[in-house]
Ligand binder design. Sequence first.
Ligand SMILES: [Zn+2]
Length: 138
Amino acid sequence: MPIYSFNCKSCERNVDVFVRNRAKVSEAKCPACDSQDLRQLVARVARVRSANERLDEIDVSAELGALEGKDQGSFAKWARKMGDRFDGELGSDFSELADKADAGEDPVERFDAEHTLRYRIGKARDENNADSMDDYSI
Ligand SMILES: [Zn+2]
């Protein structure tokens, strides 16, 4: 039976409620105070799933195709773009790599951009999964 998480506005508890079917969600009651003034919380498992779906949607070969050349300048431009799009989501460091390349440092990540990108996607996925494991270890 699906469990939905709510925040009860009356007693301010976060509560889990068994709901027989989705249509009955609006009839859910707080098990602590019987209030129906509940705000549904998005399940963490669902959030992790959608984060991983977004990661799956990253088309690695297309992203690598946007890399115009093997030189440092091209890498800096590419890493800057990748940083704008993915650093917030992946917790990656593309902007930092772009800064380094712009500053004349030659980041080792430049030599295998594909590995650099795949590694960061994998790491973000591992972190998401570790996050969802927390739900079961209470
Ligand atoms: Zn309550």
